[in-house]
Ligand binder design. Sequence first.
Ligand code: C2E
Ligand code: CA
Ligand code: CA
Ligand code: CA
Length: 277
Amino acid sequence: LAAADSGGVASYHPVLDQQSLRRLQLGTELEQAMADGQISVVFQPIIDAQTSDIVSVETLVRWAHPRYGAIAPDDFIHLAEQIGRIGAVTDHVLDLALARCRRWLDQDIALSVAVNLSVHCLTEPDLVTRVRRALQRHRVPGELLTLELTEGSVVDDSVRDSTVLADLHGLGLRLSMDDFGTGYSSLSQLRQLPIDEVKIDKSFVLGMSTSQGESFIARSIIELAHNLGLRVVAEGVEDELTRNLLAEMGCDKLQGFLVSRPLPDDRLESWLLARTG
Ligand code: C2E
Ligand code: CA
Ligand code: CA
Ligand code: CA
């Protein structure tokens, strides 16, 4: 960050300096922000590709900062990981997601929720206990929870050799490999890890209506996953053509702006009502 000025004296690049200051400050504010209710969640519906029935909702975190306004998860999740606070954020999001799920159960609606789990969390020794307690606290059966493994989906050797994924499975929940096809997620991981589902990254899905190459990748992922006995979700479905292509390819579930944007709780409620009539 330090740059030498013309006089040979170290000075700081003003833009970078502002950014790192803000990051530092955000890090210290995160805990209080959760306590103050600034960190909330929105829910994005996921539908069955063949029947269009809603099968699940993905929980996406939001930070409404009193001075900076809306801060995107891409701007603070990584920070939380770096300063070792991602576990606290995960617990907070899981709590909000399961509380929502519980309220549906009370209305006799068994709608499953997906929560993003940074692979960093997989090395936290108490993760399985925390997830089990959260399920118990909200009296939600594990079957209604999906954990999506995010952040490059690179599961390192220590995690692969540990029992953490099997233990999470033991709670009855489903494991999904997020952003499949990007970063470090590999085919061999799909075989080696106790994964139930892959999510085709939206970078491929967004290009499907215009590029045969992207369609070919999507088709290949679906075939491969199905051969391994995994279900496939496509995220980033924005147009009818893509939706039809994916349905023809046998993709199991769809998510994207075509179906719905991520919605705050009350708007999801009316979306569900309008949809189910
Ligand atoms: P993700 O898990 O891949 O989530 C999908 C992202 O794509 C979301 O962005 C969603 O709003 C956006 N999206 C959904 N449908 C469409 C579409 O049709 N077109 C386009 N262009 N985009 C679409 P969002 O909410 O900004 O989240 C970004 C990322 O932040 C997530 O990517 C996830 O990796 C991370 N994230 C969000 N919430 C959490 C969380 O609670 N915990 C962790 N660890 N990560 C989270
Ligand atoms: Ca996700
Ligand atoms: Ca994704
Ligand atoms: Ca992503």
